[in-house]
Write a protein that binds this ligand. Structure first.
Ligand code: SAH
Length: 365
């Protein structure tokens, strides 16, 4: 059996792995053992899974593998932020970032190679889109970081805020977050695993049905007119519909709030008046606001709001009773800050578009 014929067990959450063992004619409880080996001990070699019988181990070697993403580059910022460039297939690469803070350590995980949403202030968007990450490629980022980080740098929080739009890779993202929450794997609390979305309304409703993870929403503008310009996805799912979905997401769960991310763009969305509009918008929404100073990247025309402006904007929100924090910019020197992740993306969307244009042009000749 060639490597590609073997099933990659990193792709399977608990239920799927139990079903796979059953199909193999083996006891489903082996899934529990294997999950622990893979995700709690970072073991990929079946021979090292010593509580499995020799016969089972050799069957596993024949039928399966545990294939983790390989590290191309491992960079550490002077502020301690660490960034891994991971190799996938066909030359595609993605980035994963670890941000240590005194009280916590956050891992920022990617969900797609590139992104299709075309937000104007985000460098991932400039790359175009190649494909969704598999479950193995999403959970593999946590696997790699867990293995690489020293014991005094624990991962306490996981955020799907890397490259890509998690909710347009719905099934794989949900399966990967299920593995993050699973006691047999990473046993994270639902309050410490966060999916961040640009606002795919039907997917927020679907997520509510199948998952308990925390939700963050990239808002970035207090009016549809401005949000349409910054985030084309708003034309499909405008602010009122988005906020209604957010309220449904947290309905009945008094402890939970939605985090709204708001990137601070100089002269675009950072005026006092816009802060007051945002306050009005948030009335009745269980919300926390996360102001993100804009991180520039090559080719971007936007500028970061000056610190004084960010402070004044924040003061208006706080005075209205909204919990508001300004996200500290981390890892800038290694291009690891929000919106700076690029990896290497073989852009299919644009290449395909170009090919189509060429074909049309060719047809006319
Ligand atoms: N697609 C998802 C998650 C990825 S981006 C989403 O839109 O939420 C994670 C966060 O970084 C988002 O809030 C995004 O809007 C923000 N971001 C993107 N580009 C940025 C930049 N250049 N500077 C600061 N924040 C940025």
């Amino acid at each position: 059996m060639t490597q590609t014929d073997r099933i990659n067990l990193l792709n399977l959450e608990r239920q799927a792995m139990e079903a796979w063992f059953q199909d193999l004619g083996e006891k489903p409880f082996h899934a529990r053992q294997v999950l622990k080996w893979i995700h709690q001990h970072q073991v990929t070699d079946f021979d090292a899974m010593t509580n499995l019988s020799k016969t089972l181990r050799s069957r596993l070697k024949e039928q399966a593998e545990v294939r983790v993403p390989s590290i191309i580059c491992d960079q550490c910022s002077k502020d301690g932020t660490r960034k891994w460039l991971l190799e996938l297939n066909c030359g595609n690469q993605i980035e994963t970032v670890y941000i240590p803070e005194p009280e916590r350590g956050t891992l920022c995980v990617s969900s797609q190679v590139g992104c299709s949403l075309a937000c104007t202030f985000c460098s991932t968007a400039q790359q175009g889109f190649n494909r969704n990450l598999s479950v193995a490629e999403i959970i593999g980022q946590l696997w790699v970081a867990t293995k690489e980080l020293p014991d005094d740098q624990p991962i306490t929080n996981i955020v799907l805020m890397g490259m890509g739009e998690p909710l347009t890779n719905f099934d794989n993202v949900v399966a990967a977050t299920n593995i993050m929450l699973d006691d047999l794997a990473y046993s994270r609390s639902k309050y410490r695993v966060t999916i961040s979305t640009a606002g795919i309304v039907p997917a927020i409703d679907r997520l509510r049905e199948v998952s308990d993870v925390s939700l963050a929403v990239s808002l970035h503008a207090p009016t549809d007119e401005l949000r349409n310009q910054l985030m084309p996805v708003n034309k499909k799912y405008p602010i009122a519909e988005l906020l209604a979905a957010c309220k449904r997401y947290v309905a009945g769960e008094k402890r939970r709030r939605v985090t709204f991310e708001y990137v601070m763009l100089d002269g675009i969305n950072d005026s006092d008046q816009q802060a007051r509009q945002l306050v009005r918008l948030m009335q009745g929404v269980p919300a926390k606001i996360n102001l993100i100073p804009f991180n520039p990247f090559p080719g971007s025309d936007y500028r970061r709001s000056p610190q004084q402006r960010i402070d004044a904007f924040r003061a208006i929100l706080s005075a209205s009773g909204l919990t508001t924090v300004t996200r500290k910019t981390r890892g800038e020197d290694i291009d690891a800050a929000c919106g700076q992740l690029v990896g290497r993306v073989q852009d299919r969307s644009r290449r395909q578009a170009k090919q189509e244009i060429n074909q049309v042009a060719g047809g006319r000749q």
